[in-house]
Every structure is written in structure tokens, then in C-alpha cells.
Design a protein around this ligand. Structure first.
Ligand code: F6P
Length: 539
């Protein structure tokens, strides 16, 4: 069964939402709260250790019902079934989309082309577990019989961002191994990392689904050359491992067959941290913690699969986001985590969300005349309050924001935690209520600066309050956003799992690279010709 293929704007619920929008677009949330004492309770989902309050949104019960109708009219339930059952929903690449199978229990079944993939997944997990234990316990050693002290993950995009974000987010749970990430083809990146390494005690994890990515292969080759200055070719087998679907190319690179961790083409790069792509995560925090991360994601999968849409966290967040994107025409969304550990979370989400849903043709290949995709950005609170919150509070743009916080901090310092959470709560309250002119006057403000101190409020936020940052709760949080991406792709009638948009730049870069040794460039547009020649003369 293919995915439903329905133009969302042609549905009754979309039309109803359009009419309804005219009646609520100027309503102030402050008034909605005043009119209904139960509003917060009505628009809060409590699930496991998650408390998701979406009441501070510019929605009424009617809006919410229309949005739920939209999900039904677009056959979201069927689409979810198609995804989880391994159908080829990535139709443009002819692949299933099954990152959920990577975190499914060992006893479950999931078929791709008639084969249950779970046993293979379990085998690779066992390999990850054994390898992790051997490295962490010091049984596996380098070429001079010294134990490993450092791990370098060499990858880019989905082969870097997920592992890098999770290792950083779960650093509290880390063991003695020091982890490094090399991604950019900028040689300064790899060279700065190399400066910190001892070849005798460093393990290199080359992660590339395709094993054709220019950045990753360049970095891996540079590191190999550096390594071979102090070690023999045979030592590569002890120090280099790879994660890829392209076994042949990994072998040609010189990596021992036993050191290859396979993955499958039904795992999209940006959804791959749950596979062997997460090897660096497992090495950094231990296999048990890696497994807890996967279990957390699986709990969110179950919630997403079975929960009524009304109380289904990813579905509700996706629908609200559609409301702003397509009706209020909000262009971007901010993700503000009140945890320094989630410093890289928005950067990580950018690939997942923008590579998936930055599309402008529908599932028939026809141009779309409605907005898709959302610009995602954010930094941790409270730092971001001192950076860009001015624009969210008093700027002209509507920027819906997710506020993510944890009721307990990992280090026991209640004073800091209380201050952090007071900011977390205060900001969404301020964004909701704003400050009226009268309130500014009552503060005794000088009359000529009154307008500058008024806050309109009515700025929407979701509050995602989680008990504690653990591998499991992080797994749930990441999976929550993955499913939000899926729901939005279904509603927008686009294919979320290809990324052809990254190819053109790559092709042109390959062409330009060859031209650096030619005579003056002349077959590009005049701007590119000039820039290219400018570089050639100065490099
Ligand atoms: O793992 P690979 O094959 O090296 O690809 C890295 C990244 O490149 C992309 O294909 C596009 O830039 C991403 O989707 C992917 O995560």
C-alpha cells in the first residue's frame, strides 16, 4: 500500500481551518485563558515522565478539533501503519523507512521484502555490545598494546550530528574515553583534532552510510596518513573500524572485514543514530546506556503508534506546527532547551527537520502552492535569553517555540536548578501575557519611552517538561521529533525521506575542484568565474 496521496489544501478540514483562522487570528491567548479556567488541563498531555503543555498556543478547542480532523482526513493512521510495517514509503528511493525497527524489542518482527529484519538488527547490536565492552574494559588494545583512551568519529550529516549531539547531551553518563568528532572537509577541523591525539591509544570510527561522501573519505584518508607515520599498515586493523552499507568500499579503504558494522538502506542517515552509526555513543556511555536510549525511543514509538491523536504527543505538536506554518505563515520555529547538555540539540534537529521536509513538489511530483518545512533554530536557555529573545518578545515575526526543561538537574545544586526553572517558566508566561501599556504606565515609566516597553504577548509556546535527562528520556525526546517530522510530511503530501536537494551543490563542487588546475575559468556565470579566478590567483 502506498502512502495516501491527498492534496491537504483540497480537504474539507483545511478549508474549515482557513475559515476558522479568520475568526481566531487576532484573539489573544490571555483572553482564552481568562475565559476557560480548565484550559491548561485540557491542553496538557501527561505521558510517562513527559508533561507536555500546549495550552499556550493560539488555538481554541474548535481549532484543535479541526486539526485532528485534518490528520484523519489525510489518513495519518494508515500512513503510520505503512511506516511501521516496513512498506516502501520512501518511494523516490524505493526504500522502507525503519529506524523504528532498530529500537524494537528483540522478540518483535518487522518485514522488509518478506524478510524479518529484527534478527539482523540484534546481531549488529551484539557486535556493538561486545566491541564496546572490549574497548571500555581495555581488553582491545592498540598496536603497542596500550589501552584506548580516545575515540574519533569521522562522519558528516547524519553520520555525525546524531552521535555528536547524544554524546554531548549524555556526557554526565560518560566513561573514561575521550570522544572527538571530525566532520568538516575544512582541513583545520581534522588538524585541530589530530593535535590532541596519540596514535597508539586512539580508535577511529569511520561512519558513512554510502562510503562515498567527500568530506568523510578526505578526513579518513588524512587521518590514515597521519596514523601511518607512526604505525604499520597492519596496525590499521586495530585502530580503524567503519559503519557503512558499502562493505566493498570500506574494504578497499583498508579496513578489516571484522571491523565493519553494517547498516541497511532502510535507515535514513538523519535517523541513523540508533544503528551502528551510534557506535561512538555506545563507546562513550557504555552499551547499557545506549540500549536505554533505544528503549526510550521505542517507548515513544509505541505511544505514537497506539495513542489516540488527541493525546498523541508527536501528532499534536506536528498539527500545531502546521497551524502556524500554513495559516499564520510563521516561517520558523525555535527550540529552546533549558539544559546546557542539549547545547547541540537544535543543530541536530535542523538536519532531521529541514532535510526531510524542505520539499516543494508533492507526492505526484507536482509543484506545491502551500508552505512546507520549517526553519529550525535555537540555543539553550538561559543563554538564548541574553541573545535573541528580544526579537521573539518584541520583534515583528511570529516565532512559535518549544521550551524543553527537566524537573531534576543531574548535579545536585538546587539553587541553580531553581533559578534555571524560574526562567524556563517565566519566559513562556511573558511570551503569553506580554505587558500592556497600562502596566508599563503603572510601573512609573517616563511617558516618552512607554511604547518601547510594551510587550504584545500572544507568542505561542509548547512546554515539554521531562523528569530528568537520562539516556531513556533523551531517546523519547529525539523519537518525538522524528515522528513529528513524519506527521508533517504526511499532511503536506511530500516525501520526507529523500534529500535530492543536497546533490546539486556536491556535483558543482566536484566540477569546480577539477578546474583549480586549469587556465582561467570562463564557462560559469560571470560571478562564479570571477570568484573562482580570484581564488586561483591568491591560493
Ligand atoms: O553517511 P553518508 O553516506 O556519508 O552521508 C552523510 C550525509 O550526507 C547526506 O546524504 C546529505 O548531505 C545526509 O543525508 C547524510 O546524513
Amino acid at each position: 500500500m502506498a502512502l495516501p496521496n491527498i492534496n491537504p489544501t483540497a480537504t474539507d478540514s483545511w478549508k474549515r481551518l482557513g475559515e476558522h483562522f479568520k475568526t481566531v487570528k487576532n484573539v489573544h491567548m490571555k483572553d482564552l485563558f481568562a475565559q476557560d479556567k480548565e484550559r491548561a488541563d485540557k491542553f496538557t498531555i501527561k505521558w510517562d515522565d513527559f508533561y507536555v503543555d500546549f495550552s499556550k498556543n493560539r488555538i481554541t478547542e474548535e481549532t484543535f478539533n479541526y486539526l485532528l480532523e485534518l490528520a484523519n482526513e489525510l489518513k495519518l493512521k494508515d500512513a503510520i501503519k505503512s511506516q511501521f510495517s516496513g512498506e516502501t514509503i520512501n518511494q523516490t528511493e524505493g526504500r522502507a523507512v525503519l529506524h523504528t525497527a532498530l529500537r524494537a524489542p528483540k522478540t518483535s518482527e518487522c518485514y522488509v521484502d518478506g524478510t524479518n529484519v529484527i534478527p539482523e538488527v540484534s546481531q549488529v547490536k551484539q557486535k556493538i555490545e561486545q566491541f564496546t565492552n572490549e574497548v571500555v574494559n581495555g581488553e582491545r588494545k592498540g598496536f603497542t598494546e596500550k589501552v584506548f583512551t580516545d575515540i574519533v568519529n569521522i562522519g558528516i550529516g547524519g553520520s555525525d550530528l546524531g552521535p555528536a549531539m547524544v554524546v554531548d547531551a549524555l556526557q554526565y553518563y560518560k566513561n573514561h574515553l575521550t570522544t572527538h568528532f571530525v566532520s568538516n572537509v575544512d582541513g583545520d577541523h581534522v588538524n585541530e583534532v589530530i593535535k590532541k591525539l596519540n596514535p597508539e591509544t586512539t580508535l577511529f570510527v569511520v561512519v558513512s552510510k554510502t562510503f562515498t561522501t567527500q568530506e568523510t573519505l578526505s578526513n579518513a584518508n588524512t587521518i590514515k596518513e597521519w596514523f601511518l607515520k607512526s604505525a604499520s599498515e597492519e596496525a590499521i586493523a586495530k585502530h580503524f573500524v567503519a559503519v557503512s552499507t558499502n562493505i566493498q568500499s570500506v574494504k578497499s579503504f583498508g579496513i578489516d572485514e571484522n571491523n565493519i558494522f553494517p547498516m541497511w538502506d532502510w535507515v535514513g542517515g538523519r535517523f541513523s543514530l540508533w544503528s551502528a552509526v551510534g557506535l561512538t555513543i555506545s563507546l562513550a556511555i557504555g552499551f547499557n546506556n545506549f540500549e536505554s536510549l533505544l528503549n526510550g525511543a521505542n517507548k515513544m514509538d509505541e505511544h505514537f503508534k497506539s495513542e489516540d491523536f488527541k493525546t498523541n504527543i508527536p501528532v499534536v505538536l506536528a498539527l500545531i506546527s502546521i497551524w502556524y506554518n500554513n495559516f499564520f505563515k510563521a516561517e520558523s520555529e525555535a527550540v529552546i532547551a533549558y539544559s546546557q547538555y542539549l547545547n547541540q540539540f537544535a543543530t541536530y534537529l535542523q538536519q532531521g527537520i529541514m532535510e526531510s521536509n524542505g520539499k516543494s513538489v508533492d507526492r505526484n511530483g507536482n509543484p506545491i502552492d502551500y508552505e512546507t518545512g520549517t526553519l529550525i533554530w535555537g540555543e539553550p536557555g538561559t543563554n538564548s535569553q541574553h541573545a535573541f529573545f528580544q526579537l521573539i518578545h518584541q520583534g515583528t515575526k511570529l516565532i512559535p517555540a518549544d521550551f524543553i526543561g527537566f524537573t531534576k538537574s543531574l548535579h545536585s545544586n538546587q539553587d541553580h536548578q531553581d533559578k534555571l526553572i524560574s526562567n524556563f517558566l517565566a519566559q513562556t508566561e511573558a511570551l503569553l501575557n506580554g505587558k500592556t501599556e497600562q502596566e508599563v504606565i503603572d510601573e512609573g515609566t517616563r511617558s516618552d519611552i512607554i511604547p518601547f516597553k510594551v510587550f504584545k504577548g500572544n507568542k505561542p509556546t509548547n512546554t515539554i517538561f521531562i523528569n530528568k535527562l537520562t539516556p531513556e528520556s533523551l531517546g523519547k525526546l529525539i523519537a518525538m521529533y522524528e515522528h513529528k517530522i513524519f506527521v508533517q510530511g504526511i499532511i503536506w503530501n511530500i516525501f520526507s525521506y529523500d534529500q535530492f536537494g543536497v546533490e546539486l551543490g556536491k556535483q558543482l563542487a566536484t566540477k569546480i575542484l577539477k578546474e583549480f588546475n586549469d587556465s582561467a575559468a570562463s564557462d560559469h556565470d560571470s560571478s562564479t568565474n570571477n570568484l573562482l579566478n580570484y581564488y586561483k590567483n591568491l591560493k
